[in-house]
Design a protein around this ligand. Sequence first.
Ligand code: AMP
Ligand code: GLY
Length: 428
Amino acid sequence: MKILVLGPGGREHALVRTLLADPDVTQVDAAPGNAGIAAEVPVHQIDANDPEEVVALAQRLGSDLVVIGPEAPLAAGVSDALRAVHVPVFGPSAAAAQLESSKVFAKQVMTVAGVSTAASVHAKTAEQVRAACVEFGAPYVIKDDGLAAGKGVVVTEDLAAALAHAESCFASGSTVVVEEFLDGPEVSVFVIADGTPDGAVALSPAQDFKRIHDDDQGPNTGGMGAYTPLDWLPENFTEQVLDQVARPVLAEMDQRGTPFLGVLYCGLAVTTRGIRVIEFNARFGDPETQPVLSRLTTPLGQLLLAAARSELAERPELTPRFTDSSAVAVVLASPGYPGTTRTGAVMTGIADAEALEKVAVFHAGTAANDSGEYLSAGGRVLAVVGQGDTLAQARQRAYQGLELIHLEDGQYRTDIARRAVAGEIQLP
Ligand code: AMP
Ligand code: GLY
């Protein structure tokens, strides 16, 4: 099986590596990829958001499956264009990807499907925002309605900051969603959906760290670290998520004539009143994918191809299975991230980190120079994943790896999975 992976980040690096480990996969190509991906498979410098360019590449390569990593190609209709020429694709149509690209759309679907989420108001003016903030009380949650790579959300106790964020969304032509604040720990669950009402399976839950600084301080980022599994969740948690969240939403998407085929990323809060949806994404999460796939024992290429062919219900042997180990990912980011970043710095120590037992480095924003050195080339530069028999061991290995890597003024959190290791995460 020949697979083409679209996207430039750490998630795609993990997808590429995990696909290469599937015995049925004979070739993996990537577009555009990054320097780490290019060290493992052929990369193609096309515009992965351009449906025509992607179709032409997939046809030239004779791809048996295209796996779409990020949200932008989904919203641009790349999946629709591939399906129109009968290239199997893992990733939803542009219509179905609105579950991620529009917060308002996602809320409407959840309401009809009877899925619990935070109470919210769709606001188009500053007055509406202020009124909703007063209604819900602090902390205030203000979300840009459009795609913002996880950075369009401000959660703050400061009403002036909440209003200022809403103004900046209006200024860029967007509207905002004001929400009730959800307490309780956050969980990411990736549901692999094959576009039929019975074809949905879940991967092992993970927890993501969204803020830039330790102790959840500072602005939101795309994600600064993650770990899996979450031993503080009840045993049947993924079944609950499938029953209470994923299946009702997938059934409603089917009902609307826009079936969802791809990853339904359920961003959840486990609150005193039960599981609440914070957000949906229409793709694998980054960086959660890096540790989650590190533990997957089911052949990923076969799983995603069966989903692309809407055959999951007939293939119970592909129900995702995981090793008993734990995995922790810590992201190294450029100075300035998530604001204006400084890139182009030479990095050292990546090979040393990878030489450690049970340590893997996934590249995100990297480039290589003529001497074969790696340079920083993006906000999030790489993720170091440690695996271990215990979460504590996995965490220790991730940080040991990270300490060998040098990026001038690079930023990383020192507290990824710390509270879970200390047994401090309690369900309300
Ligand atoms: P989103 O892009 O909707 O996932 O929001 C990004 C982050 O903001 C989430 O991962 C949460 O940490 C936080 N957040 C979003 N909505 C809420 C909410 N209603 N209550 C509490 N925190 C939230
Ligand atoms: N880690 C959060 C996301 O991928 O959106």
